[in-house]
Design a protein around this ligand. Structure first.
Ligand code: WT7
Length: 650
């Protein structure tokens, strides 16, 4: 519970303004807000200018075509993403610059220069070809945060095989669903990965997933430092191949496949409002242009930077701001395999000091955890190399922003609060660190060339309502894999030709504040979870009759999963069943979806037309007084629930 003094602090912070430090602006890529006018004046020309900074095998004939809701960018152009992230850097001083400094959770270290990374990617790309993977074939990637994750993605893009990375925390069933939907031919996994000192049995999960699918022909397995035994990995003759065997004799020469600007680069599944995740489709030229430009301007990347984004490659942040954007900029970056509190809560700050991290990008959830752990941990390390801080994934509360600014940034580093989504491909709303005067908690304004505003249901501009993107942008998703109708319905049916991201927003003193999801999607620790997915996992248990899942505010994770459940006749509900149902959700989806609370109820509150009243359940879950219940079919249900909830573990 927040007390009055916290609320007062928060009010105070919301009105403080932080201009960029003078020294920062002087050296920044962008130091004047003329850039906004320039970009708006001819936004297609603005993006075209960025595309020109990349290497193209063949030029485009048309910058942009828009047949709402279908966009094409750099039409007719041919390029390769792997070439742009690697080969392009090999002719100059970047060749021998460190591309990747990797640190395992166990303390192991590996580094790759751009030349070395290029060689490794070529070897693996040749290995993939030897296994029969070609242009257009989908490859599923289920790996821990090890260098091979980036290598695998870049090898796929090199040969034009769209990848579908599945976060290593997802269950075998979630992996199988994603493999099926994309009809992936090959799966890349590891024997295991480290998390808080224990081994995550990825290969075992992968085997369970592949047993449920038909399309996988081969499984490539990375040996993550000899933990096969601990993880129980066994190799299937004829199907499975060790990564090290595959690349051992492979050539380091693998020409990059010329891809059409609109060829599919990757599919990334994300949760929506139905039980079935959406395969968000990104293509080649526009996406790379968008992540290249935003990486450079938002993170102000320079040749002497050491950049660290703490995301996992299993999420869009890892795609756009670990692999593609930073590498297209030829920057040096840190990649860390494990948890921030292993072996102790000072791990991140020791990494910052050790490698001289200059630009640090993380999630508000992590910042709130650091806050709770206390200032003593960062104080043990020298953080003076940091010059810029970023956040992404969920709204950042002003208190956490101030802590980040004061304790991590020593009041010296601008903070960029970046709003974007799996669907947008790259950053959309953000400060520019050398230009923008920020206020804690606001993402401020659209990136140059991006147009976004706040609309009501009728499409009128308002100061508080739905966030709306009113102009196409190069990194936009092109469709949902295999379901263009869902693409239209989800994002383009609210207003004509305007993109609806599913977030609420308000405008204050000219700044855009993103207020969180307005649909049945939760944001738990920066990860998107569909309430319908969790509900279908719950009713999958034979003892459950019906369930309704809502989010409950949480001081650290932002929001946690709260499940209301009615059981079938004769089923005994209680703590034991609650624990089993939580585990069932973990087994079905993955640990990120584990309900924080399972509340049993005889009935769920419904309208007379039978619709579950989630808003009401959210009020109950968050302990608020219940307002108007006149549309309820049976008001007694709510009273019973309130009493029940007050008595539960909460
Ligand atoms: C949703 C997208 C973008 C990569 C990580 C999450 C929320 C994201 C912010 C921010 C407020 C934010 C939105 C958005 N979100 N960044 N800076 N301020 N909310 O990607 O899983 O596609 O989730 O995350 O609700 O719709 P994602």
């Amino acid at each position: 519970m927040r007390n009055a003094s916290d609320q007062f602090d928060s009010l105070l912070h919301e009105h403080r303004t932080f201009p960029p430090p003078a020294g920062f602006s002087a050296a920044a890529h962008v130091a004047s807000d003329d850039v906004y006018e320039e970009a708006d004046g001819d936004w297609q020309a603005w993006w075209e200018g960025w595309a020109r900074e990349l290497d193209w095998f063949e030029p485009w004939h048309t910058v942009h075509e828009w047949d709402a809701p279908h966009a094409r960018w750099f039409v007719g152009g041919k390029l390769n993403v792997s070439h742009n992230c690697l080969d392009r850097h090999l002719d100059g001083p970047r060749r021998d610059r460190t591309a990747l400094i990797w640190e395992g959770e166990d303390g192991e270290r590996r580094t790759f220069t751009y030349a070395e990374l290029h060689a490794e990617v070529c070897r693996f790309a040749n290995g993939l070809k030897a296994l029969g993977v070609g242009k257009g074939d989908r490859v599923a990637i289920y790996l821990p945060m090890i260098p091979e994750a980036a290598v695998a993605m870049l090898a796929c893009t090199r040969i034009g095989a769209p990848h579908s990375v599945v976060f290593g925390g997802f269950s075998p069933e979630s992996l199988a669903d994603r493999i099926d939907d994309a009809e992936a031919r090959l799966l890349i996994t590891a024997d295991g990965g480290y998390r808080r000192g224990s081994v995550v049995p990825l290969k075992k999960n992968a085997d369970a997933a592949v047993a449920r699918t038909d399309s996988i022909e081969h499984v490539v397995v990375v040996a993550r430092g000899g933990i096969e035994e601990a993880s129980g990995a066994t190799m299937v003759e004829g199907r499975d191949v060790w990564y090290h065997d595959l690349v051992a004799d492979a050539s380091t020469d693998c020409p990059a496949e010329p891809m059409d600007a609109e060829d599919v680069l990757f599919i990334l599944y994300t949760s929506g409002t139905t039980g079935k995740p959406k395969g968000v489709v990104h293509t080649t030229g526009g996406y790379l242009t968008h992540v290249y430009a935003t990486s450079k301007l938002v993170f102000d990347l320079k040749d002497d930077d050491v950049y660290w984004c703490t995301a996992d490659v299993g999420w869009i942040t890892g795609h756009s701001y670990i692999v593609y954007g930073p590498m297209a900029n030829g920057v040096t970056q840190v990649m860390y395999e494990g948890a921030p509190d292993h072996p102790d809560r000072g791990r991140f700050w020791r990494i910052c000091e050790e490698y001289g991290v200059t630009v640090f990008y993380t999630a508000p959830t992590a910042i709130r955890a650091f806050m709770r752990w206390g200032e003593a941990w960062p104080a043990k390390s020298d953080l003076s190399s940091l010059r810029l801080l970023g956040t992404v994934g969920e709204p950042i509360n002003p208190e956490a922003w101030m802590w980040y600014h004061e304790v991590i940034g020593a009041e010296r580093c601008p903070i960029v609060d970046t709003w974007w989504q799996t669907e947008t491909g790259g950053i959309m709303i953000t400060p520019l660190p050398g230009v923008t005067t920020t206020t804690p908690g606001t993402a401020v304004r659209p990136f140059p060339g991006v147009a976004a505003t706040i609309l009501n249901e009728a499409g009128e501009e308002v100061d508080a309502g739905f966030l709306a993107v009113t102009r196409p942008w190069p990194g936009m998703l092109r469709t949902i894999w295999g379901d263009d109708e869902r693409f239209r319905q989800t994002y383009w049916s609210k207003w004509d030709g305007i993109y609806f991201p599913g977030d609420g927003a308000k405008r204050e003193n000219g700044n855009l504040w993103i207020l969180g999801r307005v649909d049945d999607v939760l944001n738990v620790a920066g990860h998107r979870i569909g309430t319908a997915e969790v509900e279908s996992a719950l009713v999958d248990d034979q003892r459950v009759a019906e369930s309704a899942v809502v989010g409950r505010k949480d001081d650290i994770k932002g929001e946690v999963v709260c499940a209301f459940v009615t059981t079938k006749e004769g089923v005994e509900s209680g703590d034991e069943l609650a624990a089993e149902l939580k585990q069932h959700v973990v087994d079905k989806i993955g640990a990120i979806a584990r309900p924080a609370a399972v509340i049993f109820t005889a009935d769920l509150p419904k309208t007379r037309s039978g619709k579950i009243m989630r808003r009401l359940l959210k009020d109950i879950a968050e302990g608020r007084a219940i307002g108007d219940t006149t549309t309820l079919a049976d008001p007694a249900v709510v009273q019973a629930l309130e009493e029940k909830y007050a008595g539960s573990e909460g």
